[in-house]
Design a binder for this molecule. Structure first.
Ligand SMILES: N[C@@H](CCC(=O)N[C@@H](CS)C(=O)NCC(=O)O)C(=O)O
Length: 325
């Protein structure tokens, strides 16, 4: 467990910080052991769901920082997506349920009514995606009628591929690409510093994640505290990295910016009478925090009714996923 967490943290923290974090984990678990509250080493073989949640959350925060190469990849893959698209394709989406990039891809697939299979990846072992050279989620494996497989990597690439496959039905406007970029470069980066803003909020977030697993009370307790602590420090680091002064206010400001500048007056959506790719991207990313976090409750108060009205309309337009086995 320590080693796995250490590996995750190493990608974001260097030198002293890594050591500090690592020691914090050890100190907390030693303390829990002394109090006979939690036994991480004994728990280790059985914590896969919680490790998955922790890893997914860490990957999200870390992954959010590695978007620089996005536009080049997007160009290459959207050209691929526009290549010949056979009618009968079997689609498998590799994802973490809690990741905003994955929610963005899911939303578009759902909106387009494309049947697909979902594989939930364990973010630390990543064993479900060992075959893939691309090491992030989401990605999609597409199997053609005669069994040949291809892979589409990245949320925007998936969206572009599905759009091309289903006849480019979204009414994108001249500034849709600008808003899609804003989703990646601004909106998504504001989520970890909000969800894990204080130790208490980080704990609340991890409490809900751990509750969905079948842990005993004490197992859950130690997994929750370890994950919350890790994410609290990672989120703090991203404040400096992205020059975020007030995570809550800035997230609300960006969501209000979307309502005021992204939505044309008198129209239901950015795309007019139907959602564009930007509508679906903003909705998809925000739905990844729906209901579960203090951030969600605060945003209900801090973000204008115009945003929430729009949010409700997009939600209605997105159908339940058509899942195949
Ligand atoms: N540009 C990618 C970013 C995806 C991304 O950063 N995903 C995170 C999860 S939220 C990830 O897989 N991180 C794993 C890692 O960095 O090892 C996209 O749009 O899909």
């Amino acid at each position: 467990m320590y080693v796995m967490i250490g590996i995750g943290i190493r990608t974001e923290f260097e030198g002293q910080q890594t050591l500090f974090l690592f020691r914090s984990f050890i100190a907390i678990t030693k303390m829990l052991r002394l109090l006979n509250l939690g036994r991480l080493s004994a728990v280790a073989p059985r914590v896969s769901r919680s490790k998955a949640a922790l890893g997914a959350a860490m990957s999200f925060a870390i992954g959010g920082g590695s978007l620089a190469a996005l536009s080049a990849t997007t160009k290459r893959l959207s050209t691929q997506a526009e290549a010949a698209l056979p009618a009968s394709q079997k689609i498998t989406l590799y994802q973490y349920q809690v990741c905003p990039f994955c929610n963005k891809a899911q939303t578009f697939i759902e909106y387009s009514g494309v049947p697909h299979k979902r594989v939930e990846v364990n973010p630390l072992s990543k064993k479900e995606m060992k075959f893939s050279e691309y090491k992030k989620v989401p990605f999609m494996v597409v199997e053609g009628a005669n069994g040949e497989k291809s892979q589409v990597n990245g949320s925007d690439e998936i969206v572009d591929y599905i759009a091309a496959m289903t006849g480019n039905n979204t009414p994108d406007t001249a500034d849709t690409p600008k808003w899609r970029e804003w989703v990646n470069e601004r909106l998504i980066k504001l989520l970890p510093p909000n969800i894990y803003r204080t130790p208490g909020e980080a704990l609340q977030a991890f409490d809900y994640i751990a509750k969905s697993s079948n842990f005993s009370y004490f197992e859950r307790l130690s997994a929750t505290y370890t994950g919350a602590l890790a994410m609290y420090f990672i989120a703090r680091k991203s404040l400096t990295k992205y020059n975020i002064k007030d995570a809550r206010a800035e997230l609300a400001e960006e969501m209000n910016r979307w309502a005021n500048e992204g939505l044309p007056a008198g129209k239901d959506f950015h795309g007019g009478s139907k959602p564009s790719k930007a509508d679906l991207a903003v909705y998809g990313v925000i739905r990844s925090i729906e209901g579960n976090y203090a951030t969600w409750t605060d945003m209900q108060k801090m973000v204008s009714p115009k945003f929430w009205e729009w949010y409700g309309k997009v939600k209605k337009s997105v159908q339940a996923p058509i899942l195949t086995s």
